[in-house]
Each structure stands twice: as C-alpha cells, then as structure tokens.
Design a protein around this ligand. Structure first.
Ligand SMILES: *[C@@H]1O[C@H](CO)[C@@H](O)[C@H](O)[C@H]1NC(C)=O
Ligand SMILES: *[C@@H]1O[C@H](CO)[C@@H](O)[C@H](O)[C@H]1NC(C)=O
Ligand SMILES: *[C@@H]1O[C@H](CO)[C@@H](O)[C@H](O)[C@H]1NC(C)=O
Ligand SMILES: *[C@@H]1O[C@H](CO)[C@@H](O)[C@H](O)[C@H]1NC(C)=O
Ligand SMILES: *[C@@H]1O[C@H](CO)[C@@H](O)[C@H](O)[C@H]1NC(C)=O
Ligand SMILES: *[C@@H]1O[C@H](CO)[C@@H](O)[C@H](O)[C@H]1NC(C)=O
Ligand SMILES: *[C@@H]1O[C@H](CO)[C@@H](O)[C@H](O)[C@H]1NC(C)=O
Ligand SMILES: *[C@@H]1O[C@H](CO)[C@@H](O)[C@H](O)[C@H]1NC(C)=O
Ligand SMILES: *[C@@H]1O[C@H](CO)[C@@H](O)[C@H](O)[C@H]1NC(C)=O
Length: 747
C-alpha cells in the first residue's frame, strides 16, 4: 500500500495502535515521527536547512515548520523528528531524499555481593590510569548527583577528549569530576506530572544502574541492614554521564533515545549502557539498533538488556549483532522472613519486610472473613481495594491470596488501618524475585497458605507475627530467572541471543531519596541503597565489565571487547536452565578472565553490512546505517559461511525434518595473547551432531596475527528445541570457548 522504501506494515499497525495513547490533546491526528535521511553526518546548519526545506514541502508556512519539527539529528546520522499528520508522513516517505518515516514509540524501562559472586573482587588488578579516562554513558531515568556513589573525592578533571556538558537544572545539585555529564531529552514536550524537567532521577532506576556500572566504593551500604557490605561499580574510577530519556509516566521514546545516542557518541563516551526494552523492529528500523550501530562506528560498545519477557521463546529484544545483549542471572542469596503463628508453629515466607515487629502477636484474619458489606467473599479473599471491612481489619494481620492486579495486599490492608499481610501466591516468579513490602508482609506458597488458612479456622483467636527479613543462601546458583527474555533471536536465525548472563536478581545499588522504596502511598521507607531486579540490573554489570576490559585495552573494537567477554564466560547448566543457551547465551560473565582472552573474534562495520545483505536487507534500508554512498548488496562481497559474520558464538537452525542439516561457519581469530602461541581445538558435540574443525591447530608468531578456520556442523533432526556443543581453542594459558547451538524450530 505504501512505497517500498517508506512506511512498512508494522509501522502502520503501531500507528493505529498508538493513536489515543500518545496523541497530544488539541492536536488531533498528529503524532511524532522520525524521518530518516540516511547516514552522512552533516554540519548542523546544513542539516537544519535540509530538514526545514523537506518539511516545508508538506507544511504550509515557515511557522508551521517551526512548530512541527522538534529535533534535527546531525552528529552521527541524518534525521529529524517532527509532529505530522498521517498524510504528511506519507508524503515525506515518498520523497527521494527520505529513507523512511517511522512513528515514534514509547518503550519501558525494563551491589554488593554480585561482584564478588562473579569473581571481580575489590582487590582485582586494575589499570587505574586508563580507568580514570573511561567515560560510561547511560540512557536511563536520570541520576542522583548527591549520592555517595557519585561523589568526586580524589578525582581529577574530566579526560581531555570529553566534549559533554552538564548545566544547571531544577532539583539537580549539579555535576562534579565523577559525574561529568548530565542531560535530559523530552522532545514530545508533553509535561510529565510525576517527573521533573531535569536529569534528576525520580524513579531510582538510573541511579541504581549507574552505581552498578561505575559507582564509587561505598562501605557499609545496605537496605535497612539487609544485603550489607561494600557497594561498588565495576569501574569505580571511571566517569559517569547520564542521558535521561525515560520519564516516570510516559516511558522512553524513540526520538529521545536517538537524540541521546547522537549526543553520547559526540560527547566522547567509551561505553553505552541501555536498560530499556527494545521493540521487535528489524535491524534498520529500531531506534536502539540504529543508535548502537552509529556508536559502534565510532568505536563505542553498546550493552543492552535482553528484556523481562521470559520465559517465552523468542522474547529477547535488543538483539542486533552489534549490541551486547544481556540476560539476567540469580546469585546465591535469598531473602526470607519467619512468621510465627499463635499455635506455636513457624512458617517461612519470601520477600523483604524491613519492619521490626517485636515479639507481640497480632490478631490474624482471613481476607474472606473480613469482606465488606458491599463485596463478595471471593473478592475479599484477594484483599482487593475496597473489598475489606476496615472495622474487621483494624489492628490485624490479614491472610490474602495474591491479587495480580494490585500493588500489594499489605498496602491495601495498611491503608485501612490493618497491620500487614501474609500473601499466598501460586506464581513461581514471586519466589524468584524479592518483593519489598510497604508494611509487614510475606509471600508464601499454596501449601503454606493453606496451612495458614486452616489455622485461622481452627481457633477463635488466631494470631501471628511477621518477623523482619533475613538473608539466606540459595542453591542452585547461578540460575536464569523466569523473567529474563529467551532466545532464539527473532531477528535472525543465525545469531545466538542473548549473548551473556550477569546478575540481575535482588541487586543492591544506589537509589533516589525522591521516592519511597515501593513508591506506594503511605510508604515511609527511604534508603540510599535498595534491591532491584531485572535484566535492567544485569545490563550495567556487563557494561561495567566492558569498561573494565577497555581500561586494559583502550584500542580494542566493540566486537573484540564483546568477544573477550563471551569466550571467557562460564558455561551455565542446562539442567538448571531448561532453555540452555537461549536463556544464558555464552554463560555467566567472568570479568577478570575477559581482560586476558588470548584470541578475539573481531568484526568491523563492513562485516555487519555483509551480514545484513546476506539476511535480505537491501540498498533501500541500509543507508540509515551507512553512507553517504548507497550500498548495493549485489556488489558487496558476501561474508563467508552460513552466517556471514565472525561472531564469537555459532548457531545452526535445523531445516530438515528427515535428514541432517549442515552448517559451515567461517571464522577468523586475532591473537591478543603471547606472540608465539599454539592453540588446539577441543570439540564437544551433543548427541546426533558431528562437529569438525579445520585446521585443528592454530599457530601464531606475532601479536595481532589472524588465523582462519572452518567449523562444519552436521546435525540430525532432534526433538529438543535447543541443544549445544562447543569449540574451545586451548593454549597452555588460554581457553577460548564458543558455544555451538543447534536450534530446532518447533512448528
Ligand atoms: C526492515 O524494515 C524496512 C522498513 O520497513 C524495510 O524496508 C526492510 O525491507 C526490512 N528488512 C528486512 C530484512 O526485513
Ligand atoms: C523541585 O524544586 C522545586 C523548586 O525549588 C520545589 O518546589 C520542589 O519541591 C522540588 N521537587 C522535588 C521533588 O524535590
Ligand atoms: C553502618 O550502617 C548502619 C545502618 O545504616 C549504621 O547503623 C552503622 O552505624 C554503620 N556502621 C558504620 C561502621 O558506619
Ligand atoms: C553485615 O552486618 C552483619 C551484622 O551487623 C555483620 O556481622 C557483617 O560483618 C556485615 N557484613 C559485611 C559484609 O559488612
Ligand atoms: C518458632 O520460633 C520461635 C522464635 O520466633 C521459637 O521460640 C519457637 O521455638 C519456634 N517454634 C517451633 C515449633 O519451632
Ligand atoms: C465498600 O464498603 C467499605 C466499607 O465496608 C468501604 O470502605 C468501601 O469504600 C466500599 N467500596 C465500594 C467500592 O463501595
Ligand atoms: C511450599 O514450601 C514448603 C516449604 O518450603 C515446601 O515444603 C512445599 O513443597 C512447597 N509447596 C509448593 C506447592 O511449592
Ligand atoms: C547493483 O549492482 C548490480 C550488479 O552490479 C546491478 O545490476 C544493479 O543495477 C545495481 N543496483 C543499483 C540499485 O544500483
Ligand atoms: C596441541 O597438540 C599438539 C599435537 O597433538 C601437542 O603436541 C600439544 O602439546 C598440544 N598443545 C596444547 C596446548 O594442548
């Protein structure tokens, strides 16, 4: 229906889908679009002129142009954002200079112990001179400048290369020599009643991710004494730049994300960390994919969260091959609380209840028995808002079934004069991630819930007390929690995603003083540090390791850094994690190993273009990534092998239900270890799969020497969705491991 290079079907769907969600009042039918003109970075004046000229051909007057355009992107790519009607957008899309017009969408934001757990102790060897010159950029919800994690005691002035800035903003105490950049982006201009036009962090998310990545060493950090220890980022001496693109009510928009990528790459960051859920757009239309490609061209590695949409298959997002995509793993720590019942029996629940309730027993009532006159027993059993009779709840603990839609039963109970709640849940997820309660609370499973229920019926005066939460060990660890998004990669059957796993469950890191721990009405708990969970928390762990690796090897390309992190990861157990590599990628990160990988699988811009051509991308969509000369895929020498990319992991998708499927992987490794070294191949093949490597030995005589080899995988049809073997290049000092994943599409 539209021109080939213009709109695409999914853009139209999302257009229809989004109307009403994002429309601006009084501006009926107009919404924001990003108009892409291709890659050639142009100077600011020239860009603005071109953009205005194009816009004026669909708008009446110069005033209309001014009113419509909200941003010209010009540092790293050529595009503008404007408010347009559907007709105007379509007209622009049909113009020769215009590649495509994409509707702006809104995305969602998807440690003490964690660093020791993955093996980056505080005493780890560091290259401090270089680490001080590393700047990490985060695209997130803002930052808390006064946090101890970002004080600048002992820091000299920013590195000379730094071009970023930090102005004076509302409710923002300002930057220093640790926090050297802070900007915000809110191009839709729609005020957010719950947020402030300033890089200040209202939600706590950006403060948390920043401190995990590069926060100072802060001793005696804890959440009300829980998870106590020394909080620190991976690279405590590195500098931090915050690009606020996520807003409490509206989320994180494509226009703002692109502007932040453009600014960060221009300012001179070394690593970009983005814990924002990507869409399922293809590689040449997603804002995070496009932004990360341009960053990569400048030598900046982008690390992104895999998403919290697990465990369903193919739920991984931010899956472009030039992005380092991070799954979450759980560590060996858990939070439990003991509940003492009036009959002398003790039970154990899950979650974080910071309240010291003492030894007093409180009267206990079942929600179903506390129904208000206007509600059913059924509703009251779930303690839904308005279902309980305040007179029956006052001064009591209430036993409730989990209400998925509610922020918390303990909050409902507390809100009408009760003490707290024992909450029964049948959802495994509730036992993986510790929920923080705003009043005394605990989550128990069905068995224990039924036990409590029986007890309330067994006596006229049931009573109980929920004790303060304590830490326990948890096994087996590491594990991939259910929420972490799973592969296979929806964008390409040839590239394994997620790439790697890092801690993302119950991570302690810095928090904002502007929000209570739960953000719920009546919550009086505030803390400089708190526990959060999500692939959002895993992402800055890997961004931090990337910065750590870069501090030892400032000249390494983003692909070399990724390779070092992937080939040194510790494989995780498929017994614990059913989806295997589709859950954890190459495995659990091994920070100190990544500094010294021996060999790296390197890639440059052209490698990705060859890959995209092979994947069916055409000349009409590629200029959004490369330019100024258009790419003609039929003239590009195709990349070798099945996947056409020198990726550090390998994935073969079974095509044949009867006979074997054969995949050929052409790879080349660069020696970054000792000049003279010999590597032998070790192959592990799963059942029904033959793997051969040619040659089986690689000899190097100098540093940066490259050696090529070929891996042939012959896989018989299997029943399981995923199985994996590996290729390990072993020298006397190094072990360079690539998982080889066999994907059996289930149809
Ligand atoms: C990606 O999306 C763009 C824009 O709709 C389209 O032109 C291109 O063909 C798509 N590429 C692939 C490989 O799907
Ligand atoms: C932000 O600053 C304004 C003006 O100084 C003040 O009125 C407001 O309370 C502040 N908001 C927060 C959340 O600190
Ligand atoms: C550590 O923190 C706790 C709680 O925040 C505080 O009570 C204690 O005094 C602190 N200890 C030290 C040595 O600073
Ligand atoms: C945490 O606190 C406990 C009790 O106050 C103390 O024994 C322990 O040493 C602390 N742990 C760390 C890592 O500081
Ligand atoms: C339950 O815990 C209390 C301490 O809170 C303890 O005194 C009591 O012995 C325990 N009861 C049982 C049956 O283990
Ligand atoms: C139902 O009745 C209770 C009092 O029993 C009251 O607090 C609550 O607001 C009422 N809810 C609705 C929805 O009318
Ligand atoms: C509930 O937890 C108890 C104690 O941890 C355990 O023995 C029981 O098997 C669990 N029940 C279910 C349904 O998970
Ligand atoms: C791309 O190159 C092929 C082969 O050289 C040629 O036939 C074709 O016309 C070119 N396409 C464009 C759009 O230039
Ligand atoms: C590699 O294989 C060769 C020949 O099989 C052997 O001599 C050598 O010791 C092996 N090297 C390593 C590091 O395993």
């Amino acid at each position: 229906m539209f021109k080939e290079k213009g709109f695409h079907a999914s853009a139209l769907c999302s257009l229809l889908f989004l109307i009403g969600l994002v429309g601006v009042i009084g501006d009926e039918q107009k919404k924001f679009y990003i108009v892409y003109l291709g890659d050639h970075p142009v100077d600011k004046d020239h860009a603005t002129q071109t953009h205005n000229h194009l816009l004026s051909s669909v708008k009446g007057s110069e005033d209309d142009v001014k009113e419509s355009k909200v941003h010209s992107y010009h540092y790293n790519f050529n595009a503008f954002a404007a408010k347009l009607s559907g007709d105007e957008a379509q007209k622009l899309a049909s113009m020769d200079q215009v590649l495509y017009v994409i509707p702006n969408q809104y995305h969602k934001l998807d440690t003490t112990r964690s660093w020791d757990f993955v093996g980056l102790p505080q005493i780890a060897q560091r290259n401090l001179v270089t680490e001080r010159d590393i700047v990490v950029g985060l695209l997130d919800s803002g930052i808390t400048p006064q946090s101890k994690s970002f004080k600048d005691d002992g820091f000299g002035p920013p590195p000379k290369k730094w071009k970023g800035s930090c102005g004076h903003f509302a409710n923002f105490s300002g930057c220093n020599n640790k926090l050297i950049g802070a900007k915000y982006f809110k191009l839709d201009g729609v005020p957010d009643p719950a947020d402030i036009l300033s890089p200040v962090d209202i939600s706590g998310h950006g403060t948390h991710t920043s401190s995990t990545l590069a926060g100072n060493v802060v001793p005696n950090a804890s959440l009300y004494g829980l998870a106590n220890g020394t909080a620190r980022g991976a690279v405590p001496s590195a500098r931090v730049a915050m690009y606020k693109v996520c807003w409490v009510s509206s989320g994180c928009s494509d226009m703002d994300i692109l502007a932040a990528f453009d600014a960060a790459a221009h300012d001179g960051v070394d690593v970009i960390s983005i814990s924002i859920g990507g869409g399922f757009e293809n590689y040449t239309t997603g804002s995070i994919s496009i932004g990360a490609f341009h960053a990569m061209k400048k030598g900046i590695i982008t690390v992104a969260s895999a998403g919290n949409n697990g465990p369903s298959v193919s739920s991984v997002s931010n899956h472009a091959p030039w992005i380092l995509t991070v799954a979450a793993s759980g560590i060996d720590r858990d939070f439990r609380n003991d509940v003492h019942l009036g009959n002398g029996r003790n039970i154990t629940g899950y979650g974080v209840s910071t309240f010291n309730t003492g030894k007093v027993l409180y009267p206990l009532i079942s929600g179903a028995d506390a129904a208000g006159s206007n509600s059913t027993k059924e509703d009251a059993a779930y303690c839904t808002e308005g279902s309980l009779d305040p007179a029956k709840v006052k001064g009591r603990l209430v036993y409730c079934k989990l209400d998925e839609a509610s922020a918390g039963s303990e909050s409902v109970v507390k809100g009408i004069g009760g003490v707290g709640a024992i909450i029964e849940s049948g959802q495994f997820l509730d036992f993986e991630v510790s929920k923080i309660f705003m009043a005394p609370g605990t989550i128990v499973n069905d068995t224990i819930g039924e036990f409590v229920n029986e007890y309330t019926k067994s006596t006229k005066t049931p009573s109980a007390v929920i004790h303060r939460t304590h830490e326990t060990k948890r096994a087996p660890a590491p594990f991939v929690p259910l929420f972490s998004s799973r592969g296979p990669n929806p964008g390409s059957l040839h590239i394994l995603k997620p790439d790697i796993a890092a801690p993302g469950v119950n991570i302690l890191a810095a928090f904002t003083p502007l929000r209570s721990l739960t953000g719920l009405k009546g919550d009086t708990q505030f803390s400089d540090f708190t526990l959060l969970s999500g692939t959002s928390m895993a992402c800055p762990h890997i961004a931090g390791v990337a910065a750590y690796v870069k501090s030892f090897h400032p000249a390494w390309s983003p692909a070399a850094i990724k390779s070092a992190i992937l080939t040194t990861a510790k494989p995780m157990s498929q017994r614990v994690n059913e989806e295997g590599e589709f859950a954890f990628g190459a495995g659990q990160v091994n920070p100190t190993g990544a500094v010294n990988p021996g060999l790296v699988y390197d890639m440059d811009e052209m490698s990705y273009i060859q890959f995209l051509c092979k994947e069916g991308y055409s000349g009409s969509s590629l200029p959004v990534l490369v330019g100024p000369q258009p790419i003609n895929c039929s003239k590009i020498v195709p990349g070798l092998g099945s996947d056409a990319l020198n990726y550090p992991t390998m994935q073969l998708s079974l095509k044949n239900k009867q006979g074997p499927t054969i995949g050929v992987f052409q790879r080349s490794v660069t020696n970054v270890g000792q000049a003279i070294s010999i590597y032998n191949a070790t192959i592990i093949a799963p059942r029904g799969v033959e793997i051969t490597v040619e040659p089986m030995t690689l000899s190097f005589t100098s540093v940066l020497q490259k050696r090529s080899f070929k891996v042939v995988v012959k896989a018989q049809p299997t029943t399981s969705m995923v199985s994996a073997g590996s290729l390990v290049w072993k020298s006397s000092r190094h072990s360079v491991r690539s998982p080889i994943v066999i994907y059996n599409p289930q149809d």
